[in-house]
Write a protein that binds this ligand. Sequence first.
Ligand SMILES: [Zn+2]
Length: 314
Amino acid sequence: MILAIDIGGTHYKLALVSAEGQIHRLHQGSTDRTGGAAWMIPRLLQEGRTLLTQAPASVRACGIGFGGPVDFAGQRILSSTHVGGWNEICLPRIIEAELGLRAVVENDANAGGLGELVFGVGQGCRHLVYLTISTGIGGGIIIDGQVYRGANGQAGELGHLPILPEGPECDCGNQGCLEALCSGKSIGRRAEEAVVRQPARGAELRRLAGAGPLSAEVVFKAARQGDELARELVEETCLYLGMGLATLINILAPEMIVLGGGVSRAGETLLAPLRQMANRFAMPVHRSLVRLEQARHPDQAVLLGAVALARELV
Ligand SMILES: [Zn+2]
């Protein structure tokens, strides 16, 4: 049995998971953004101890997926994408000292890719690209069954593929990145701009949103219900995403691209036009090779990838 931990910007999760990926107990909480690492670490230790007392079998190791850059070779968290206090933290060492478990930490998108490869839709694949689209866009590249980390350990930043020169500003400091166009937040922002620009259109979009903001979820729902403006927004999203995916396909020739994160819940409303767009831009030689699939474990992929890494420790 493995103690798996997923530390994200809005939520964190701890779970007892069998080495075969069966989740036995799951605890989920909201991340205190202002409290940062000083708040999170004692909480993880306390909740970890409680879970360990409830384990139906002996817990052999701990795997952690973390929302920010991780130095995998040095087993250090470098910083958090979302909250403060995480600079240069060797969390596995703290877990080992406090809980007596060998531990391993990996970036959450890399862990998510491994989770889908080992326990999800990518089972049987050796070369897989995982793209998680939620508030932001993260990525994990798996080559020959292993996470590809690059020369500095930070490969796979797929959200920052340059797509549109002079495009909207991105959190990374660049302009027109995939994330600045197609993350959940960015799709919502483009929808808000579109209804301001074209006030006579998007009636269904506005009705579905009510008094709330125009989220990506509302855009996909309105598109399914035939709203023309929403359909154009989905088409534009698939154009940008398709360009990004074709770039990955032409370079890596993966067997499968897996879409995870909240936006992937749009299912075929997103996947069907996206397959067409990716094929339009990819080299013909790749077109019959690559499958584009929805993640099987959109909520648990990070935990499951942490399990895949931790079970290597024992
Ligand atoms: Zn960027």
